[in-house]
Design a protein around this ligand. Structure first.
Ligand SMILES: O=C(O)COP(=O)(O)O
Ligand SMILES: [Mg+2]
Length: 229
């Protein structure tokens, strides 16, 4: 009986968005973005505003940071320079404040113990996502880490989601995210999407989710229900 329960989630996969869903990264992202902006002589952007700029990769985040700070769109050269400064700083300071949201690791360990496989599906560059997971000691919990530059396209395209499904060898799966980008990517790949209300958003497609959750303790039973075959 215990053995059956041990493996009742074999063949199931759970795909996690990273920033704003699994790990609260906003403060470290803001510090590195502001390092890049201040190096260019620009006013910093408040960390609280940076939360809402995350989810489409570092280049988009920096472009929107510029727009907030100087009210104009940077040209390609400015953006390339800012991106290089951002990446250098972020690589050296990737987990100064970044920590997993409460209960996330406990839920993942419990699901793994029952045979489910975990994947990261993020719009961070794969190398940065790997570095963050490695620094936090989480790499061993995940079968695969798929970034914005891993598959043929980034979320909201279905391609990174499908690659996670392939790599986890899943026959059923659910996506856990924090934004419309995640909801669109999951839905394009035919997966139910559960969305954290404590993430970075934007979140306007609530009606297209399998559920909105406020804590991992609340998500657990909903997720198990959806993964049961
Ligand atoms: O925009 C990013 O850098 C990544 O964001 P995501 O992990 O929420 O996809
Ligand atoms: Mg996110």
């Amino acid at each position: 009986m215990a053995e059956q329960r041990d493996n009742d989630l074999a063949g199931a996969a759970v795909l996690f968005d990273l920033d704003g869903t699994l790990v609260d990264t906003a403060e470290d992202l803001a510090a590195s973005m502001n390092h890049a902006m201040q190096s260019a002589g620009l006013a910093p952007v408040a960390a609280e505003s940076v939360r809402h700029l995350v989810g489409h990769g570092a280049r988009r985040m920096l472009m929107r940071g510029y727009e907030l700070s100087v009210d104009r769109t940077p040209d390609d050269q400015e953006l390339d320079d800012a991106l290089a400064l951002f990446l250098e700083h972020y690589e050296a300071n990737i987990a100064v404040h970044s920590r997993p949201f409460d209960g996330a690791v406990e839920m993942i360990e419990a699901l793994r113990a029952r045979g489910a496989r975990m994947a990261i599906c993020t719009n961070k560059r794969e190398a940065m996502a790997r570095l963050l997971m490695e620094t936090l000691g989480f790499t061993k919990l995940f079968e695969t880490i798929v970034g914005a530059d891993t598959a043929s396209a980034a979320k909201p395209d279905a391609a990174p989601v499908q690659l996670c499904l392939q790599r986890t060898n899943a026959d059923r799966a659910a996506f856990i995210g924090d934004s419309d980008t995640d909801i669109k990517a999951a839905s394009a790949a035919g997966l139910p999407c559960f969305v954290a209300d404590f993430g970075y958003g934007p979140l306007t497609l609530q009606d297209q989710t399998a559920g909105i959750f406020s804590s991992y303790a609340d998500l657990s039973p909903l997720l198990e229900e959806s993964l049961r075959d």
